[in-house]
Design a protein. Structure first.
Length: 367
């Protein structure tokens, strides 16, 4: 049985990348032995489930203190330590037949270590649209892209946009659709307990990219027109962003109209209970939660910065610069036209059961 070392983007929290990783493990654990490398010492949502499939968890924690400046520069200063520790894991815990890197920021160093340790199949997998933020980041990105070109044997991404932005040469990279768990997100298995009124749902880690502050402002605009409206957030806090969300909710007197659920909430049932799914992300490599929402029959309102390939017939794309008022108006129009009823959207192209053959071919060196 081939041994595969998966590399997550952080821990095994209930995020989009982690959902993709776990979909692979659930479907292929009888054919391959999966271990995983994580970058947090904290035990998270999927840790226990992962261990039930027979693999090991290795950890190289990032800086986990409270100093925000130190946290921001950690990526720039931890390279040598990361490289040395990855080499150590590969030598002492190997040999591995495949390394599958899902951590965009550190793919290059990990793949370099894997190449030097003789791992034959080395996969770079991007899940984001790369965003350069400063001169230093630009320099590091150019070097990273060069290293990936030299060290990766396979380059894949969750969308055309992600591949074009992440790789120096995207012509030899290809798209593998993010897989959603079609056994879990199956509306036939759930009772439709849609609550009275307009019920909005957003799922995703609490951070600036996911843009929950914008959603709260949309809610405030809707509440000026419709009193019976509620917004639920599902996710976990990153870098204190939830504090900003709570502050905004209090400023707008929306405490009774907002609920928070942890990452381990029953997301399919929450989707079944909702009127619409809201996703105003500033940028996304893909956005698997939109597929999950449509699998549960929900119409979605998403920022047009999200790849159009997420639309299976149920996504309405809006521009963030138009502001919360325009978003609120569009949501109210759909609600009042009774378009919040469950629909049947064809999401089969993203079903995990249909995508695993692609990973088999990659792991067997056939692509």
């Amino acid at each position: 049985m081939k041994r595969i070392l998966l590399v997550s983007c952080e821990g095994l929290g209930n995020g989009g990348v982690q959902a993709v990783i776990m979909s692979i493990v659930r479907n292929l654990h009888k054919e391959y032995l999966f271990d995983i490398l994580l970058f947090t010492s904290e035990k998270r949502y999927y840790d226990e489930e992962f261990l039930t499939y027979g693999g090991q968890i290795f950890r190289i924690p990032r800086y986990e203190g409270k100093n925000q400046f130190r946290k921001k520069i950690d990526y720039y200063v931890r390279g040598r330590n990361l490289y040395n520790n990855v080499r150590k894991i590969l030598k002492e815990k190997g040999p591995f037949d495949v390394i599958h890197c899902n951590d965009e920021f550190e793919n290059a160093l990990i793949l370099k270590a894997a190449a030097e340790c003789g791992v034959p199949i080395r996969i770079s997998h991007t899940h984001i649209v790369s965003r350069k933020s400063n001169v230093l980041a630009d320099m590091i990105e150019k070097n990273r892209k060069k290293t990936i070109e030299n060290c990766a044997t396979v380059k894949i991404g969750c969308s055309v946009e992600a591949c074009k932005s992440f790789y120096a040469d995207s012509t030899n990279a290809f798209v593998v659709n993010n897989a959603y768990d079609d056994r879990r997100f199956n509306k036939q298995r759930y009772v439709n307990n849609t609550v009275p009124g307009l019920y909005l749902l957003q799922v995703g880690s609490f951070n600036d990219t996911k843009n929950q502050l914008f959603t709260i402002e949309v809610l405030a605009q809707i509440k000026n027109k419709i009193q019976n409206v509620h917004l639920s957030f599902v996710g976990f806090d990153m870098n204190g962003y939830k504090d900003k969300m709570v502050e905004k909710i209090e400023q707008l007197n929306l405490e009774s109209s907002v609920s928070f659920y942890p990452s381990n909430a029953d997301i399919p049932q929450l989707l079944m209970n909702s009127s619409f799914f809201v996703f105003p992300s500033k940028h996304e490599g893909f956005g698997i939660v939109l597929i999950e929402a449509q699998a549960m029959g929900k119409k979605c309102f998403a920022a047009d910065s999200v790849p159009a390939t997420t639309d299976c017939g149920g996504v309405i794309f809006l521009t963030l610069s138009d502001g919360p008022k325009v978003w609120a108006k569009r949501i109210i129009e759909e609600y009042e036209s009774e378009n919040s009823e469950n629909k049947d959207y064809d999401v089969s192209a993203f079903a995990s059961s249909n995508i695993m053959d692609v990973y088999r071919k990659i792991y067997e060196g056939e692509v």
